[in-house]
Write a protein that binds this ligand. Sequence first.
Ligand code: M6R
Length: 613
Amino acid sequence: MCGIVGYIGNRNAFPILIKGLKRLEYRGYESAGVAIYSKEINTDKEAGKVADLERVAEGQDQGGTLGIGHTRWANHGEPNYKNSHPHYSENKRIVLIHNGIIENYASIKAEMIKRGYVFNSDTDTEALVHLIDEIQKNEKCELDEAVRLALNEVTGAYAIAVFSKDNPDRLIGARKGSPLVVGIGDKEFFLASDASPIIEYTKNVIYLDDEEMAIMDRDGNITVKTIQNVVKTPYIQELELKLEAIEKGGYEHFMLKEIHEQPKSIFDSVRGRLDAIKGIVRLGGMSEYENRILKADRIIIIACGTSWHAGLVAEYLFEDLARVLVEVEYALEFRYRNPVLSEKDVVIAISQSGETADTLAAMELAKSKGCLVLGVCNVVGSSIPRMSHAGCYTHAGPEIGVASTKAFTAQVSVLTLMALWMAHKKGTISDGRFREIATELENIPSKIQKTLEHCDAQVKYISEILKDSNNFLYLGRGYNFPVALEGALKLKEISYIHAEGYPAAEMKHGPIALIDAEMPVVVIANNQSAYEKIISNIQEVIARKGRVLAIVSEDDVIIEGMAEFTIKVPQTEECLSPLLSTIPLQLLSYYIATMRGCNVDQPRNLAKSVTVE
Ligand code: M6R
């Protein structure tokens, strides 16, 4: 986690860094800091948000044209002033910012203390900056060589930006396990954790690979090399990202904007890949491995958080439509439990950011066992697609709110395409059935639009009534069980209300003990199958005076007469129903959180991109 930015060129660095940090704040927002060279290295840091740093630094901008900035999600050391980045070497000679974890920092720190270094923070990062300093002094080398040698001594993950007052014409960046993008302008360079701070200055970027470093000079020269000292020819790509995509566009919060973008994000994710009339799914990314995928003994899905919930929906889709065995695994559990894997397994890694450390580590393990690894990812050029053998992007556009919304429905849409593709090729569904589902998938964007228009005011009204509850239970069956989990996750992460999701039928095995007049129970009841059983579950809640909020199909009359609140969503194929039932749950968590005064885009303790284990 953490966001890093850097600049070297002819412009004033401070506004570039501050603006960039604001764009990267989704990666961490517990403290922020900048270091700028202007005759000497000047630092401003502050516990809290980038806006707090901006206030503190007001009037102190001395116009330097070389600088680095950091927004932090704390891992080593509290998020206070002393632990805020940037960190210095002795006498403020070298300054460095870091995203990631130096796993062997304790032994490096002990050695540096033995050699007389004084530590001013509790961070792992400070050990690295002292190590670089020590190496440079001993080897009498340039800073970039000292950085390279130091990086050979550290284990763990890093994206760093570093410079020294001895050579204020040079900026150095390096990465392993944490992302780093270099923007190339006219005799100027930008460094950032993603392209959003760079986009308005240049479209030409280099995505550094693991263990690569970039050495950038003020006269426009750049060298990319590995930490093993192999010089690389950099691959310069043109950014497709548009500035509007990373701005709020009139909405109060990114989360609300992203909820409302879902008709478009699903349309974009399906567009060009599905032709319901011709009965075709085209997934270019997977065609090369068609035989292997169709012959797979099983599909193992690995992901975390909301992406894991999308994986659970996919389990129902693949088993139901393509008749293939599916297992859905939390990435970190998978990695550490010595799973039985073979070359006949296909692994699908799902991730919005493409940088989730747990998912990347699980993919690495699967690859080492010979599995075919496919990626379903939203961020183009991120680590997960680069580590996959093949895969499909979701085209949801940048998701900035920490709570994932449009990425989830885009993932489910793309996984539906993958299941349909496999089912069609294997012949496990008829051509007619394929066309029915495909046609309905094409209709989903307009049905989401309708859902958003029809339920917004109603959800707001219900939120006002339920916002002070301390607990919520979410129940769903079949395809909508993962939606119950996702609804509960959304509520807890942005409103800090305790919420749990359960398969509706599992309620009687324990959670029913929680139900009383204070307990709102959200029941996702727009499935056609098991409809009567869902009604029984609702009755069990009502009998214990629980307050039922049911998500039902537009033609429903029975549940409407029972539940305290009902929200109607358009009718659809059962296998596509999660795409609609999710929408009111996203709005419910959004409105409850805003009514409770919570920061929905940057909830406490969280970060958008979890690049540490
Ligand atoms: O970027 P990823 O999809 O790999 O992220 C996985 C989770 O960290 C993420 O879904 C997290 O649970 C979200 N905050 C949920 O809203």
